[in-house]
Design a protein around this ligand. Structure first.
Ligand SMILES: Cc1cc2nc3c(=O)[nH]c(=O)nc-3n(C[C@H](O)[C@H](O)[C@H](O)COP(=O)(O)OP(=O)(O)OC[C@H]3O[C@@H](n4cnc5c(N)ncnc54)[C@H](O)[C@@H]3O)c2cc1C
Length: 621
């Protein structure tokens, strides 16, 4: 394998030049010769206007050949502005990793190439993975850096509106509707709106909380973020270098407020999105939002971005005997603070992050807590084990390069690397895990040991980052019982199969939330929900379903996930909306008009009618 920096750079340049030549001549044989049999090409909008991964040399060569006719990619080169090509270990394999730039007929892009020698072909250096990602559309670039707005306009006319007047008018939407309505002002909504603002696409965020940042502020008292600060930046405006490694929730909440102000985002607080319907003829939505003062406003945005997080509809399991219980039953979304339960007895049902965090909060407030485990759970110490997947962000490359490298990992290899990291974490945390097993805690490490990241990506939970609750369980300070050992709930608590009664004043159902498809059904009706299909988790394309991309429902998009996911993919979501606005792509992945029925054309859905009749489709948390 090559070791000298010059040799590494030369072999990357050589590959890129042969690649460009093969694309230009549409030479399938030459393209095939550049890739390993087991290889992956992830395209993020640059060649195909889709986010997709193509696997295997044959399929890659065929797709490249066909889509480069329209994309016309050229100018492949490494650039001194990015991290230079280097040797790395990814998913347990050694490779040369290089960031490069290129152009297409419509835009400019960046990519990541990983090369390895092919032992079956004279050790010639071939591509193992390739990412091609769109950065900007030509002629419609972001107004940042040297292209920043001058600001002069505000100072030329002493009688005209100044910056503040213009900002207030823009955010009031008195005379017009936004082009994009972003529902939800957590990190997913903020990232999306900030990206759109830089592309000069008029976007409004609506959120039901009364104050920006309340989605964090209202969480439990002791919360600090689980990931280290360097992974959690929002786009354009990184956290100050003096900030603590783990950001406290209220500090983050105030940063959200500052971010909205500094990035000039339009944000309506105390505003509930009540639902709507797509008008196929007008190619826009008709939606209703209810403001804090009780008034409703109908809007007609062309695009709707659902950034509503996982916490839309609480998942309340059907436990008939729970009706017998005379104490208080709360879903975790209703739980506020342990103080009022001091000296009382509590059962917390569910052993994911919320269940553990609530159990620890109640314990620290002086309640007697028992955690009730329903299914096996992965436990990982928040440090260092939970930080292993983010080692890249500590290696030194700038954030933008780390994000591109993260986006370049195809699902199959990400899985392979998480299996390795899970084994490492299991070893690091072995004492804690052994202690938990002694207490009867049922552990698991995900399918094939692929760990918490894949649990998160496939089902949104099933793990706990230990910030102390597991230690309390091991010490016996927090009790543990298995749900299967409960015979039934009775007036005083839980009757165990052994005959004892576990007394309780409070039962917390930390049983998670229903998937976003339930929210779609509630807000837009069955037809839209069926057209869109499952959201989150993986489909056959090896990409998260309906996330960060156009969907089969024109003008409807979803964004969610970690700070890193939101930061990375908000850029590509905004570029798709921009491309749709420019007429470069249709606002849907479905064939035009196909699958759209008369039922959705030009009329409001029953959901809106219900909303007008005072029906509150989503109870305030
Ligand atoms: C203890 C803890 C630590 C964590 N640490 C990290 C970390 O370090 N890094 C990381 O990346 N992630 C972390 N997470 C997870 C993750 O960041 C959160 O789940 C995050 O809140 C998701 O952001 P979001 O914008 O998708 O959704 P949310 O923050 O849930 O925001 C969604 C918003 O949509 C609004 N909304 C929903 N429906 C409507 C409607 N109909 N009308 C109006 N508004 C609506 C809600 O009011 C809410 O404000 C942590 C979570 C917890 C609990």
């Amino acid at each position: 394998m090559l070791t000298r920096t010059e040799d590494i750079a030369a072999s990357v340049e050589n590959w890129l030049s042969e690649f460009e030549g093969a694309l230009a001549s549409k030479n399938g044989t030459a393209l095939k010769a550049l890739f390993h049999d087991e290889s992956y090409w992830r395209d993020v909008l640059a060649f195909t206007w889709e986010i997709k991964t193509i696997t295997g040399v044959g399929a890659i060569a065929a797709e490249l050949k066909s889509c480069s006719i329209e994309a016309q990619p050229t100018g492949f080169a490494i650039t001194s502005a990015r991290t230079p090509p280097r040797r790395v270990s990814r998913a347990g394999s050694e490779a040369i990793e290089a960031i490069f730039q290129f152009r297409t007929a419509q835009g400019r892009g960046s990519g990541v190439l990983r090369l390895m020698p092919d032992a079956h072909d004279r050790n010639s250096v071939k591509a193992w993975t390739l990412l091609t990602a769109l950065d900007e559309i030509k002629g419609h670039e972001e107004h940042i850096g040297r292209a920043r707005p001058t600001g002069e306009a505000y100072a030329r006319d002493f009688r005209g509106p100044n910056w503040l007047d213009l900002r207030k008018a823009a955010a009031a939407y008195a005379e017009h509707d936004p082009v994009v309505l972003v529902v939800g002002g957590g990190q997913a909504g903020l990232c999306t709106a900030a990206r759109l603002a830089q592309l000069e696409i008029d976007a409004l965020i609506v959120d039901r909380w009364p104050r920006i940042g309340d989605n964090w502020r209202q969480r439990y008292h002791a919360l600090v973020l689980h990931n280290q600060v360097q992974v959690n930046h929002l786009p354009y405006m990184p956290f100050p270098p003096s900030w603590p490694t783990y950001i406290p929730k209220d500090k983050l909440a105030s940063w959200f407020e500052a971010y909205v102000e500094a990035m000039e985002l339009n944000y309506w607080t105390g505003t509930e999105f009540e639902g709507g319907a797509y008008d196929q003829k007008e190619r826009r939505w008709s939606v209703v939002v209810r403001r804090a003062n009780g008034t409703s406003r109908r809007m007609h945005p062309r695009h709707l971005v659902m950034a509503t997080g996982a916490s839309g509809i609480p998942n309340i399991p059907e436990i008939p005997s729970l009706r017998n219980f005379r104490g208080t039953v709360l879903h975790s979304s209703e739980y506020q603070d342990g103080e009022m339960w001091r000296g009382k007895r509590a059962l917390v049902i569910g052993s994911g992050n919320s269940g553990h965090d609530i159990a620890q909060d109640l314990h620290s407030s002086g309640s007697h807590v028992t955690l009730v485990q329903r299914s096996s759970t992965m436990i990982v110490n928040v440090e260092p084990s939970a930080q292993l997947p983010y080692a890249l962000y500590d290696e030194g490359p700038p954030l933008e390069d780390c994000d591109l490298i993260t986006a370049s990992m195809p699902l199959a290899l990400a899985r392979r690397s998480h299996i390795l990291m899970t084994a490492q974490a299991k070893n690091i945390d072995k004492d804690l895990l052994a202690g938990l097993e002694r207490k009867g805690f049922r552990l698991d490490f995900g399918d094939d040991g692929s760990g918490w990241q894949f649990k998160y990506l496939t089902r949104g939970g099933g793990y706990y980052f230990n910030v102390g609750c597991s230690d309390l369980i091991v010490k016996g300070a927090i009790g543990l019982v298995q749900f299967s050992d409960i015979e039934s709930f009775v007036a005083e608590g839980a009757r165990m199969r052994g005959g004892d009664t576990l007394r309780a004043d409070l039962i917390v159902l930390a049983t998670g939330y229903k998937g976003q498809e339930h929210l779609v059904r509630k807000l837009f009706g069955n037809e839209v929900a069926e057209r869109v299909g499952p959201i989150w988790g993986f489909g056959k394309e090896a990409e998260l379903r309906n996330m960060f991309t156009r969907t089969a429902q024109p003008g409807l998009y979803f964004i969610a996930g970690s700070f890193a996911q939101c930061r990375i993919y908000s850029k590509y979501l905004a570029l798709q909306i921009q491309a749709a606005e420019l007429g470069l792509i249709p606002p849907s992945l479905a064939p035009p008009v196909a699958r759209m029925s008369e039922a959705t054309s030009g009329i409001l859905s029953p959901h809106i009618a219900d909303a007008h009749a005072g029906y509150d489709p989503l109870a305030r948390r």
